[in-house]
Design a protein around this ligand. Structure first.
Ligand code: PEP
Ligand code: MG
Length: 784
């Protein structure tokens, strides 16, 4: 009897088995076929069918069936708002009818040609709030399905949601959509570097894969060591040569990207550690794998995408060394004049190997806008799409490819209408790029002559790039923890001095806000394991350094030493929660300064500022401001803590809207407090990278913004196109609203009125808004 405990148990078993089978299915089509067959069987239904919902073409299409003729797949298409399927999808609830009214099922009956069915049970398939399809069982006779049947289908549909979302993102569903589908040939990824490019795909692969290397005993450790050192030297020479090759194209600071590789290749953590393992008995490739794995594991585990990418750098170098260790020179690749470089995980070396004049765009299946390949692409002005979900990348070789680096989207073999549209956009792009270039040497002043300070955010020495070129006022945020992650112990004072000096020298005379060590939570230090129930609310940022004076004082002394003779250092304290944090930190800064003076070092006390990124700091902003020289609001963390939304959790982070009224009110409160205390305040979170948000923040009274280098030209254009009164009016109007959506609309209206239509972000069509460099989900297409 259905509904009794033995019936429930066998259903549960079927469900568990089915979910396992779906997970193991080689492709989505097989998975869907399995679902309809098993479900029909378990429910003793006459038909089980899955529809996919295509929002572009506003229809629900049968993609799998058991019980109807196979020809209905792709053929039966129910328009939005019609019939039973429309009812399930639009109400996003299960519909269970013993007897279907004829009128409601007309479309299906006509198209499927299978006569009438009476019993009907349909449930929506959703993923993260979006309807992806409908799962249906039907009966020829009058039958009301049991509640247990509905529960079974709902549970199954919830599992299917994730599977379909992944398949849809990976382009796997294209075969199911038919040739006229809006989805066909389209693959989504992440915006890496702005711009749109069309060209011929060239797929490159690392011929050596370190991860596949086994351990083997070394016959002669001395010979293994020699071969290994030769291979490292070879790669070092290769990196040096590539650096020289790009000499003409890149600014000296951009070339520093290659220095980062050279630095890793020189590090004892890689070279000497491998040699040690060789002498413990492993052959060179195995020892190298062990070392690289040990280093990259820490990075891989980090939630912070920026830091995860540093692990990828090390892995790519490992593959390169292995290549030479195995004596393969790598086969020469032919690069056509319009190369779109494609790879699983493209490195800067891969980019460097393509003659600059032949490289139109890059596409990488792994990585993000924070990968070195993307950083280099931005410096070269080449569009990049990163993190593309596509199972068969190799098939793109030789194909015509469109890479849209604004939206993080790829089209393979686009049809004629899309090509025309893309050509039109590329023309527009060219005009925009020329325009932005013409602003390079112009000041960031509003139309009524108010100067706005635009600073850049950096984390690696190599990031200091393009900032001067694009007219930055200095480094508004240097994330010093990145340097700490590259070691397997705390870096010594001297090691830190070297890094900080490079950054301060590169920026001098412009200021550098060196943020003191901000580790913990999503940025753990591998050599300082912290186990906590609630890491985001735990031992992180200043809380940790205040508890470890030896670490804090070493960093402070290193920073002060590096500043000697330059005077552009400013210290920035992260995660300040109250007055005591500032007072204790200031005491340590005084102590570090005094120690240096006692040692005869010409140390100068630098200005000290705090990050406002914890709600308590908002409410105490005035008292805090009176105790420091400047403030900088970290909207990434502040938004996370105000809205109680984990910034690293994709399940919820799309709700992280920086234009939430509560966030705006907090931001206004901070500006007002700083004004009363007479201290300057800037914003250094990602929010400031969006031109519209930037205008709003400036309108509130922020004295400057610190943004990533890629976003700077667009923000500068926005600033130069409006008056300070327009920005203030925008802020005042926004603060009166109680929902994010109308605030986004206000922001867009100002951009349009100021002739900045092209900076308005659109979620529809192929609009090329300003999403480049934006890492906040809500900043992408937030207004639709
Ligand atoms: C912030 O929280 O806004 C910020 C700039 O710091 P981070 O992103 O490094 O935490
Ligand atoms: Mg922060």
């Amino acid at each position: 009897m259905a509904g009794d405990s033995s019936g429930d148990l066998s259903r549960l078993e079927s469900l568990t088995r089915l979910i396992r089978e779906v997970d193991a299915a080689p492709d989505i089509e097989t998975a869907l076929r399995l679902v309809v067959a098993r479900t029909r069987d378990v429910m003793s239904a006459d038909v089980c069918t899955i529809y996919f919902t295509y929002h572009d073409s506003q229809r629900h299409v049968i993609v799998a069936t058991n019980g109807l003729a196979p020809e209905v797949v792709g053929q039966v298409q129910i328009g939005f708002g019609t019939g039973l399927i429309g009812m399930v999808a639009e109400s996003t609830t299960a519909v269970n009818l013993a007897e279907v009214p004829e009128e409601l099922d007309k479309g299906f009956v006509q198209q499927a040609g299978a006569g009438r069915f009476h019993g009907f049970l349909g449930v929506p398939i959703t993923h993260r709030g979006t309807v992806l399809g409908v799962l249906v069982v039907r009966q020829r006779t009058v039958r009301r399905f049991e509640d247990a049947d509905a529960a079974f289908l709902t549970t199954l549909a919830a599992q299917l949601g994730g599977v379909i979302a992944y398949a849809r993102a990976s382009g796997d569903l294209c075969t199911l959509c038919g040739p006229d589908s809006a989805q066909a040939g389209r693959f989504d990824g992440l915006a890496g570097a702005p711009g749109i490019a069309v060209g011929t795909g060239v797929v490159v692969y690392p011929p050596a894969d370190l991860r596949a290397v086994p351990d083997r005993p070394a016959d002669s450790p001395a010979r293994e060591e020699r071969c290994f050192r030769d291979a490292v030297e070879y790669v070092q020479r290769e990196v040096r040569r590539l650096r020289q090759d790009v000499d003409q194209t890149l600014s000296p600071m951009d070339r520093a990207l290659f220095d980062t590789y050279a630095l890793i290749l020189d590090s004892p953590q890689i070279v000497e550690a491998t040699v040690e393992l060789i002498h413990q008995g492993n052959w060179a490739p195995g020892a190298l794998r062990q070392t690289i794995e040990r280093h990259t594991r820490r990075f891989d585990e980090m939630q912070d995408p920026y830091l995860r990418e540093r692990g990828a750098d090390i892995r790519q170098l490992g593959d390169r060394i292995l290549l030479h260790l195995q004596g393969q020179a790598g086969t020469a690749v032919e690069y056509p004049a319009d190369t779109i470089l494609i790879g699983r995980q493209l490195s800067t070396i891969d980019l460097g190997l393509v003659p600059r004049e032949r490289l139109r765009g890059i596409i990488s299946a792994e990585g993000s806008g924070l990968s070195h390949a993307a950083i280099l692409a931005r410096a070269l002005g080449i569009p990049a799409v990163m993190g593309v979900v596509a199972p068969h990348l190799e098939q793109w070789d030789g194909q015509e490819i469109v890479a849209n680096g604004h939206r993080g989207r790829v089209y393979v073999s686009p049809g004629a209408p899309l090509r025309e549209e893309v050509d039109r956009l590329i023309d527009e792009e060219r005009v925009l790029a020329e325009h932005l270039k013409s602003l390079r040497n112009l000041p960031s002043t509003t139309t009524d002559g108010v100067a706005v300070a635009l600073y850049t955010n950096a984390g690696l020495v190599a990031d200091t790039p393009s900032m001067l070129a694009s007219g930055s006022a200095g480094i508004g945020l240097f994330r010093s923890e990145v340097a700490f992650m590259a070691y397997d112990r705390f870096p010594s004072e001297q090691e830190q001095v070297k890094v900080y000096r490079q950054v301060l020298e590169a920026a001098a005379p412009l200021p550098v806000n060196l943020r003191t060590l901000d580790v913990g939570a999503d940025k753990p230090l591998p050599y300082l394991p912290i186990v906590e129930q609630n890491p985001a609310l735990g031992w992180r940022g200043i809380r940790l350094t205040l508890d470890h004076p030896e670490i804090f004082l070493t960093q402070l002394r290193a920073a002060l030493r590096a500043d000697v003779g330059l005077g552009n250092l400013r210290l920035l304290l992260p995660m300040v929660t109250g007055i005591a944090d500032v007072e204790q930190a200031r005491a340590f800064i005084d102590q570090a300064h005094q120690q240096l003076v006692d040692d005869g070092v010409a140390s100068v006390r630098p200005p000290v500022g705090i990050m406002v990124e914890v709600p308590s700091a908002v409410y105490q902003a005035e008292e805090l401001a009176r105790r420091v020289d400047f403030l900088s609001v970290g909207t990434n963390d502040l938004t996370q803590y105000l809205l109680a939304i984990d910034r690293g959790n994709p399940q919820v982070s799309k709700r992280l809207d920086p234009l939430h009224p509560a966030v705006l009110r907090a931001l206004r409160q901070v500006v007002d407090a700083c004004r009363r205390a007479g201290k300057p305040v800037t914003v250094c979170g990602e929010m400031a990278c969006d031109p519209g948000c930037a205008l709003l923040l400036l309108g509130m009274g922020y004295n400057g913004l610190s943004i990533n280098a890629a976003a700077l030209p667009r923000v500068k254009w926005a600033v130069r196109s409006v008056s300070s009164a327009q920005m203030a009016a925008l802020a005042d109007a926004a603060l009166l609203l109680d929902e994010p959506k109308p605030i986004w609309r206000l922001v867009e209206r100002l951009l349009r009125e100021a002739g900045l239509e092209r900076l308005v972000q659109r979620a529809d069509g192929e609009g090329n808004g300003a999403a480049a460099g934006t890492a906040i989900p809500a900043l992408r297409g937030a207004t639709t």
